[in-house]
Design a protein around this ligand. Structure first.
Ligand code: NAD
Length: 516
């Protein structure tokens, strides 16, 4: 899903001074990069246009939200140099002081939560009520959690023939953090907070479709008192500014969330300098409904997979139902879908907003059209919401899909689910279907018999398995995916393991001599 930079005007047009300021939902936003504690335009003075998914139509002539400074190799290098220069001071800052500053960032997020929520909804089209009640509190919590965790970080010393082993987490160096558009500030803060807590300085590169809240975060870090160069922000297209960041020899860590093809490019660039990467990638997660499941719960959890118009990496997009309860489950599911409200994401009553971009909607629709051509049946949805127009795609469920078909194997990243069945009592077949893609991000099981659920869950290839629940995510838990869904785990102490160089110091006992 990486975006090719556009080649034509108006996006290449030189910036005017007014381009540096956007007003979105009444919130002023400086749209220049944030490097070494100051706002800078691109050296080339070029910008790109940021649109809102709420009012873009298929010919992409929706009103622009903002003109954003468009970075390239020069801005990437300047940001890395700033991060490199600031690193020794930040790494030497006592943990209590780093933690205090991160709490100040969290306070800033709390104070600006309403602005952040409104701007995020305008930029990525996800529900305002989710941003207000769930996302922005979580963003602040990310900073508070990793600040507190830093102060608790430690490993008990241990003994080797009288020698003491002491494990420490040494800050590794500048980290490049590259994020996608589906949950912009949530995912940025999930990387920025642990990296800064760990004593790394950072360069954040947000997705080109949703750069706005990252820019507000730059202001918040500044107001919180972070020293210049500790947090840097460069904006622009992946190939133009993301690629040179990943390839920079002064970078010590790359944490990337996005698609598998882009991850391959990032890994290739980072490999030149053997820079450790953390990859949180796509998914095609199963939702298994066992015959003794609470079917009301199963239907509730299945409908939840349309959250954020299906643009959630963890979404359980493949519903696998035990044959005897297929129809009873489907009735309940369709009843719930019929009650969903699709529309303006700022409206409290809305359940499903728009998808991110006309090009993305086209891609989603292509998957559905090809699936139907191959024999799938759309039992609900199956196309654009023509009443709403724009980027609104109907919540869709496809049945009669083959396990090896494109629609079952590929991540659609839209409001499109598939339904398959497995024979009653056939756990082997349930596991075969559940594990039968190249992904392994998450899995959800709905079951009455917890022992059976545990037996099946133990056989699933997934970074997270939920039983009779979904999206319960504790920051202390390891998070990540297996197979093509990622490399490594972040969360809790695993984040510190990634952003630090672990060191073991072995000290001989007092009076010990080699020959004595
Ligand atoms: P994407 O891979 O197109 O882009 C992600 C980021 O990479 C963007 O900031 C982009 O500008 C940048 N980029 C593009 N080319 C680059 C290059 N050559 N070098 C460096 N950076 C480059 O992904 P997307 O479409 O923005 O996001 C959707 C994908 O993200 C889906 O696959 C989704 O499942 C995944 N995702 C995963 C998680 C997770 O935690 N596992 C969370 C959210 C999204």
């Amino acid at each position: 899903m990486a975006q090719a930079p556009p080649t034509a005007a108006p996006e290449d047009a030189p910036a005017t001074p007014e381009d540096a300021l956007a007003i979105v939902e009444g919130v002023p936003i400086d749209t220049r990069h944030w490097i070494d504690g100051t706002r800078v335009p691109s050296a080339s003075a070029s910008t790109f246009t940021d649109h809102s998914p709420m009012d873009m139509d298929m010919d992409m002539d929706g009103a622009p939200l903002a003109r954003i400074a468009r970075g390239g190799p020069g801005e990437a290098r300047a940001a890395v140099v700033a991060a490199r220069t600031a690193f020794p001071g930040w790494a030497a800052t006592p943990p209590a002081e780093r933690a205090r500053l991160l709490h100040a960032v969290a306070d800033g997020v709390d104070a600006r939560a309403e602005d952040l929520a409104a701007v995020e909804t305008a930029d990525n089209g996800a529900l305002l009520r989710s941003h207000r009640r769930g996302v922005m509190p979580r963003v602040a919590h990310n900073f508070r959690y990793f600040a507190d965790r830093l102060l608790a970080l430690g490993h008990e010393d241990f003994d080797t023939r009288g020698h003491t082993n002491h494990v420490s987490w040494d800050p590794a160096g500048p980290a490049v953090l590259i994020t996608p558009w589906n949950a912009p500030l949530m995912l940025a803060s999930w990387k920025v907070a642990p990296a800064l807590a760990a004593g790394s300085t950072v360069v954040l590169k947000p997705a080109e479709w949703t750069p706005l809240t990252a820019s507000l975060l730059a202001d918040i870090t500044h107001e919180a008192g972070l020293p210049p160069g500790v947090f840097n922000l460069v904006q622009g297209y992946g190939e133009e500014v993301g690629a040179p960041l990943a390839a920079d020899p002064d970078v010590c860590r790359v944490s990337f969330t996005g698609s598998v093809p882009t991850a391959r490019r990032v890994a290739g660039a980072a490999a030149a300098h053997l820079v450790p990467c953390s990859f949180e990638l796509g998914g095609k997660s199963p939702l298994l409904v066992l015959a003794d499941a609470d079917l009301e719960l199963a239907a509730d959890l299945a409908v939840e997979q349309y959250d954020n118009a299906g643009q959630v990496c963890l979404a359980a997009t493949r519903i696998l139902v035990e044959e005897p309860v297929r129809d009873a489950f489907l009735d309940r599911f369709l009843d719930r879908v019929s009650k969903l409200t699709q529309g303006d994401p700022r409206d409290e009553a809305t359940d499903i907003g728009p998808n991110i971009h006309p090009r993305h909607v086209e891609r989603v629709d292509g998957f559905v059209r090809r699936a139907v051509e191959a024999g799938a049946k759309a039992v609900t949805g199956g196309g654009r919401n023509t009443a709403l127009g724009g980027n609104y795609y109907l919540p869709t469920l496809l049945t009669d899909v083959a396990q090896d078909s494109e629609i079952v194997q590929e991540e659609v990243f839209g409001p499109v689910l598939t339904l398959q069945t497995f024979p009653g009592g056939d756990d082997d077949e349930a596991v075969r279907l559940a594990n039968g893609t190249r992904f392994g991000l998450a899995a959800t099981l709905v079951a009455g018999d917890r022992d059976r659920a545990a037996r099946i869950g133990a056989r699933l290839v997934a970074g997270t398995v939920w039983v009779n629940c979904f999206f319960v995510r504790d920051l202390s838990a390891p998070f990540g995916g297996s197979r093509d869904s990622g490399i490594g785990r972040e969360g809790g102490d695993w984040s510190f393991d990634f952003y630090c160089d672990l060191k073991n110091t072995v000290t001989a006992p007092k009076g010990w001599t080699r020959h004595g």
